[in-house]
Design a protein around this ligand. Structure first.
Ligand SMILES: Cc1ncc(COP(=O)(O)O)c(C=O)c1O
Length: 413
């Protein structure tokens, strides 16, 4: 353990297998969130589908979901570059193409805002659970929603998803952006009608200020990326959707045909919610790995040291400065650290240069445009030796909304 901590502190890439891992069944039996909660979240998203479709017809049916596709050229290039044979196929879950916000944050962020909107509408008897929620798009309801405030702290993508959906529904929304947030994300949010407050400090400060701004205001809802159960549930619905994707491609998942999922990790909400959903469905036939930049390994370090959310990478002299803006987080989520302690299979870290290389390789092999954070999972298939035919999934967490010029600059880098 000491050797691993030394390597992490020296900013060297590491691969970690969780020595505290227990069976999915034993961990999930003690966890407060259950399969019924995931199903409840999915039903809520279905109730909102008519309203989402009204505002965002590009979703096709009002359900925000991403493609799932095989990446054969990428796999061949990884094998060549690493002089290694990858057993099984490599797939991408293309959340970079999620409509509305262009990232994995469209799952949890949008879900929590919709849940807040629904609770207001039900409490005030504007609708019943059986009604067509499209009515909530009428001007009179938008005006009523405008009396409520929503706030969030973000490194960029969570702010984008929450800012866009909140402003669309009529809420007064403020996004507290950390120093990492890219200019184009802030510009886009302002254009959509969100208020953006910028900080020169990291994500922790943006969250703290957002939380403070909502204190004592009954009509204000702070979306707490470090602790929110609703965000977590919104992400976990992805597991039900992935199950359908796998069935659609006749991919079997069982003990003989394991699934390995590589999830880019910031504070942990998104990868934690998805890992929870996948373990709930596939139990020990799925192996989940979190991936972080060498300059922002808060979840890994928190789990290895056992300090979890009490740890800040700054205490270890790690600067939290990375091209992977979505992963630039210094302190991990308590809820996700607690869950992952015995549930997660492992993780790895990688350097910014590698992230950029993977991003470029995916673009040149498969013509898929992702942001650096989203490339983190692509190295997973060469990190472990597989003995069985394995389905590898790199979760491609964001990138579609990057302006062309900014993307070109990243490719040049
Ligand atoms: C593109 C992208 N990938 C992954 C993540 C990680 O999600 P989380 O911070 O919930 O761990 C983020 C977070 O903003 C992101 O923007």
């Amino acid at each position: 353990m000491h050797e691993m901590i030394e390597k992490i502190t020296a900013l060297q890439p590491v691969v970690w297998n969780n020595p505290k891992k227990k069976t999915a069944h034993s961990v999930l039996a003690d966890f407060s969130v259950k399969m019924e909660d995931i199903v409840d979240a999915e039903r809520r998203l279905q109730r909102f589908a008519p309203l989402i479709y009204k505002y965002f017809p590009e979703t096709g049916d009002g359900i925000i979901e991403s493609p799932f596709q095989e990446l054969p050229e990428m796999k061949a290039n990884l094998e060549k570059n690493h002089s290694k044979t990858i057993k099984g196929k490599l797939y991408g879950k293309c959340d970079n193409q999620l409509k509305i916000a262009g990232s994995i944050k469209a799952r949890g962020g949008i879900y929590e805002v919709l849940k807040f909107a629904e609770s207001i509408a039900l409490e005030n008897h504007w609708i019943t659970l059986e009604d067509n929620y499209e009515v909530l798009g009428e001007e009179k309801y938008r005006e009523r929603f405008s009396q409520y405030k929503i706030a969030v702290g973000s490194t960029g993508n969570l702010g984008l998803s929450i800012g866009i959906i909140s402003a669309t529904l009529g809420f007064e929304v403020t996004v507290h952006m950390s120093r990492d947030a890219k200019q184009w994300k802030k510009d886009l949010l302002r254009e959509k009608g969100a208020k953006v407050i910028e900080y020169t400090e990291d994500y922790g400060k943006a969250v703290e200020e957002g939380r403070k701004a909502c204190l004592g205001d009954e009509k204000a809802h702070f979306i707490d990326d470090e602790n929110s159960r609703d965000l977590f549930l919104g992400y976990s619905v992805a597991a039900l959707r992935l199950k359908k994707d796998l069935e659609g491609k006749n991919i079997t998942v069982d003990e003989k045909n394991p699934l390995r999922v590589y999830l880019p990790c910031g504070v942990g909400g998104a990868p934690g919610g998805i890992a929870f959903g996948l373990k709930t469905i596939f139990k020990d036939a799925v192996q989940c790995y979190y991936v972080e930049p060498t300059h922002a390994p808060c979840m890994l370090l928190g789990l290895i040291t056992g300090k979890k959310e009490k740890l800040h990478i700054g205490d270890y002299g790690i600067d939290n400065i990375t091209e992977a803006d979505g992963l630039a987080v210094g302190r991990p989520s308590k809820m996700v650290s607690d869950l992952s302690e015995n549930l997660l299979d492992g993780g790895y870290t990688l350097e910014d240069e590698t992230l950029l290389g993977l991003m470029k390789m995916l673009y040149s092999t498969e013509k898929i445009k992702i942001e650096p954070s989203a490339a983190a999972g692509l190295l997973g298939p060469v990190k472990w030796e597989d003995t069985k035919e394995t389905t590898h999934i790199a979760w491609l967490t964001g990138g579609d909304l990057i302006p062309e010029e900014a993307f070109r600059k990243l490719l040049d880098k």
